[in-house]
Design a protein around this ligand. Structure first.
Ligand code: ZN
Length: 311
């Protein structure tokens, strides 16, 4: 029987999974990225990790997929630029193929996570889905008709840099008012801190300071504290704006939310769905778009990377 390896390359660790074509997990593992010693050392570490998984998987290794942060040219498997890994124009696919002896496919880590959710997670029953990850930034991936949409030179699907507030907050990308300046976990934390400092009587102060509050703080107090509720409402209003833009362009059957903030579950999806139902183009009865929480958590990236080899 054939099996496939999926790699989720992060700034600190590489996570790997070995799966069958129908997504059954045969083995899992992780290793230090070690990219401070350069890309080739990183590839040596990854090859050693793959050997461990191969030893635990019976059958024939048919392909390896890798999700890597940064700007990735998937056609050649080249990391054009990955600041977190210190890599520039690095032939990741080629270096891994040399070590592993099988074809290696590479995509951006957010795309890999979207493909993982689409194949094996919350999007598995749908042909069109979008994963939106609410973390330090806002990342995501777009699945159209069962296939990953990467855009020209595989540089598209940067949904976090869709402007939702012209003349809004300055973004790291150089534009103002990007989606991720309002809808990331960092944005939520920043707004919570601001709201606490404005309202010294808020219940949020009974447990947190404006220095140790997080993206969870406002949700924790939203039922009993007006300021906390206002922060949550502010956050959901902007998040809904971005999601409806995506819905109007791509009309996926499902939008899946991942990342730290997604742990809020229905506190997030219920009000988002209500705004979606009211505002999505043409109404939400025909061609319904449903907002759900992604189901694979941190496993989405490595599973999706393995799924790159399945098409
Ligand atoms: Zn931006």
């Amino acid at each position: 029987m054939k099996y496939y390896l999926g790699l989720d390359i992060g700034g600190t660790f590489v996570k790997a999974v070995s799966i069958t074509a129908d997504g059954k997990i045969l083995a899992e593992g992780k290793c230090d990225t070690g990219c401070d010693k350069g890309g080739r050392v990183m590839c040596d570490n990854i090859a050693a990790l793959c050997a461990q998984l191969q030893a635990k998987s019976s059958g024939e290794l048919a392909g390896v997929g890798a999700g890597c942060p940064g700007m990735i040219q998937s056609s050649s498997g080249t990391v054009k630029f990955a600041g977190n890994l210190g890599l520039k124009n690095f032939p990741l696919g080629y270096e891994l193929e040399k070590r592993l002896g099988v074809p290696v496919k590479v995509t951006n880590d957010a795309n890999a996570a979207a493909l993982g959710e689409a194949r094996f997670g919350a999007g598995r029953n749908y042909k069109n889905s979008i994963l939106v990850t609410l973390g330090t930034g806002v990342g995501g991936g777009i699945i159209i008709d069962g296939k990953l949409f990467e855009g020209g030179a595989s540089a598209g699907a940067e949904i976090g840099h869709m402007v939702i507030e012209r003349h809004g907050e300055m973004c790291t990308c150089g534009r103002r008012g990007c989606f991720e300046r309002y809808s990331s976990a960092s944005a939520l934390t920043r707004h919570t801190k601001f709201a606490m400092e404005e309202d010294t009587g808020s219940q949020m102060w009974t447990k947190y300071t404006s220095q140790n509050c997080s993206g969870k703080t406002a949700f924790e107090f939203m039922d009993t504290d007006r300021t906390a509720k206002d922060v949550v409402d502010w956050y959901i209003k902007y998040l809904a704006c971005g999601l409806i833009n995506l819905a109007n362009i791509f009309r996926p059957e499902v939008i899946m939310l991942g990342g730290g903030v997604a742990a809020q579950g229905e506190k997030l999806t219920k009000p988002l769905q209500a705004i979606m139902d009211a505002e999505v183009f043409g109404g939400n009865d025909y061609a319904t778009v449903t907002v759900v929480i992604a189901s694979l958590g941190n496993g989405a990236g490595s599973l999706g990377a393995a799924a790159l080899c399945l098409d």
